[in-house]
Design a binder for this molecule. Structure first.
Ligand code: PRX
Length: 571
């Protein structure tokens, strides 16, 4: 087969239908599928869960198929509906109102999904935090969002610096056996007392639903604010890109602390009423295949780092599992190597479909559709309803085959509506009516988009987005570190790894113990995935005359590339 072009397979729509949609589709067309068409009021929790629980043919279907080491559980649509009603009643009892921020900080578990929908049913805004976050990461997010309530587990509680969170009124503890006292609420006990009937808070399409914190090159993580309206696009892409049919068994491997784990780990599958596989715990290649085989997964959404791990585990391993149920695979978060696509064709006899989007975009924008030819190395084409282009620094469109900044015509349904508490930052994303992504890419004559890299210093390690500033700030809190500059260094397995350049304070000598101690410091205070894998001690860190760290120069040195313009370099 010609590896430059992998022919289309069958999907929910054929290519001609997509081409027609690309020409004439309007997002408003989707509205008719939902109840707000009649009432004008909406709640995504109703559309994703309660709507199915009200349907006699759907209510007993397994919605959540959960497994983790030591725990297996299923929940039907009716069970999630009732339990999330119970939790919504608990939240109301403690004074949660529409628009309040309620955060979740816990491992993937059935309780995560129940409490998540409980929050949405009250009209409050849910803020999921990745379970691997350490104290600093938790503090930054809870402080910025002024969260009133947090749902967590006793094990994670020590990472919540309560003294520094004046707005945090209550903490719901899932698991353990705590007396209700003062700040703490015992989940199990409260749920047992709560009614499973709840009057859902009907909100407007433009009302807030979700805050996902994400990193840029400067400053603290920022709160990307999404509204209920996003569901239109979650639903549409669930049909077009995920290719969902009602009897599918779907698995998205992303954690709900990241946007893929909510938009496509929660909303898209359940808006379509499919059975959603959730796998907790850490994975080995055997676990991945076993999860696919045991649950008879039909549609699978994962990431290049995971796929590369499977490639490394070899073809013999995959042959020992019965993966005959699998019919559709997608990837997100990092460039998808053509070699991985080739391997997918051999290992699964399936194409792997790349999808491109960001926390800020809320849903997929540029994708390989099931019924469209794949050109390995390309992210594919914009979905119907989306206009994408490449712009220069002034926001002017540039012709095909020239690299520039990937930009999307602003106004799609799942687009972020605010950066929390930071209108200036929000505005800075837009120019001439385009949302400018910060990814460099080009578009070929046939409209396929080809990703080239980030235009800023944001690091993408194993598909996880890390801001160099946060890591640098943490590094210099270590007593031995005077200055720090952090870059992403290309890595065949992880895409990039984090590399830190540091200078030492007087009285400290470089040693492998010291470097390991510094690494651990970041790991235990910020997050494991943010800890530098490599640390290099230098006599100085290059800075501009205004004191900004020149990460670009560090990167050029690291890669042995020409250093370009260094005229702003401090003496
Ligand atoms: O650089 C792009 C990369 O991930 C960034 C967005 O990261 P995040 O907000 O964490 O969202 C990840 C999942 C939605 C983008 O700016 N990225 C995402 N998808 C791809 C990608 N890079 C290459 N190919 C992709 N398909």
């Amino acid at each position: 087969m010609d590896m430059q072009r992998i022919p289309a397979r069958k999907g929910n729509h054929n290519l001609r239908q997509y081409e027609e949609m690309r020409a004439s589709f309007k997002w408003e067309d989707i509205h008719q599928k939902f109840s707000w068409n009649e009432t004008g009021k909406v709640n995504i929790a109703y559309e994703a869960i309660d709507r199915h629980a009200e349907n006699p043919l759907k209510k007993d279907q397994i919605a959540l198929l959960y497994s983790a080491p030591g725990r297996e559980e299923t929940l039907t649509f009716e069970e999630i509906s009732k339990q999330s009603n119970q939790f919504a009643n608990v939240l109301k009892k403690y004074g949660v109102n529409k628009g309040d921020r309620v955060f979740l900080f816990m491992p993937r578990s059935p309780e995560f999904y129940v409490t998540f929908f409980g929050i949405l049913k009250t009209g409050a805004i849910a803020g999921p935090l990745f379970e691997a976050f350490m104290e600093q990461a938790v503090r930054d997010r809870l402080q910025d969002s002024e969260a009133r309530m947090l749902i967590t587990t006793p094990e994670l509680l020590e990472r919540v610096p309560q003294d520094e969170l004046p707005n945090l009124e209550k903490i719901v503890l899932v698991g353990g056996n705590l007396e209700d006292s003062g700040k703490y609420i015992d989940f199990t006990k409260e749920m047992a007392d709560a009614s499973d009937a709840f009057d859902i808070e009907w909100v407007d399409l433009e009302d807030g639903m979700l805050l996902h914190y994400t990193s840029g090159s400067t400053g603290k993580p920022k709160g990307v604010y999404h509204v209920h309206n996003a569901m239109i696009q979650h639903y549409a892409t669930g049909e077009w890109v995920l290719d969902l049919k009602e009897d599918d068994i779907y698995w998205c491997t992303a954690d709900p602390g990241w946007v893929t784990g909510t938009s496509y780990g929660i909303f898209a599958p359940w808006l379509h009423g499919v059975t959603n596989v959730i796998r907790g715990g850490r994975f080995t290649p055997e676990d991945w295949y076993e999860t696919l085989a045991k649950n008879k997964v039909t549609v699978w959404y994962t990431a290049p780092t995971a796929l590369r791990m499977l490639v490394s585990a070899g073809e013999d391993l995959v042959k020992t599992f019965d993966l005959s149920s699998l019919r559709h695979i997608m990837s997100v978060g990092e460039p998808l190597n053509p070699e991985v696509i080739t391997w997918g064709l051999k290992a699964f006899d399936l194409r792997i479909h790349d999808t491109w989007w960001m926390t800020e975009t809320g849903a997929q924008l540029i994708v390989n559709l099931p019924s469209e030819e794949i050109r390995p190395g390309s992210m594919g084409k914009p979905i119907p309803g989306i206009e994408a282009t490449i712009v220069d620094n002034e926001g002017n469109e540039i012709p095909p085959n020239q690299m520039g900044n990937l930009a999307i015509k602003a106004g799609w349904p799942s687009m972020m509506r605010q950066i929390w508490n930071n209108p200036g930052k929000y505005e800075s994303y837009f120019i001439n009516g385009w949302y400018v992504s910060g990814d460099s890419a080009y578009r070929d004559e046939d409209g396929y988009f080809w990703f080239q890299g980030r235009l800023d210093d944001v690091i993408n390690t194993s598909g996880e987005r890390v801001g160099p500033f946060e890591v640098e700030s943490k590094l210099i809190e270590h007593p031995a570190v005077a200055e720090a500059g952090v870059i992403g260094k290309p890595d065949p397995q992880r895409g990039e790894i984090i590399k830190a350049f540091i200078t030492l304070n007087p009285g400290y000598e470089e040693s492998s113990e010291l470097l390991e101690d510094i690494r651990k410091f970041v790991k235990t205070e910020l997050a494991a995935h943010a800890a530098p894998r490599e640390i290099e001690v230098r006599d100085s860190i290059p800075k501009t005359r205004s004191g900004k760290i020149m990460r670009r120069l560090l990167k050029s040195w690291e890669l042995g590339l020409p250093t370009g313009d260094t005229s702003t370099l401090e003496e």
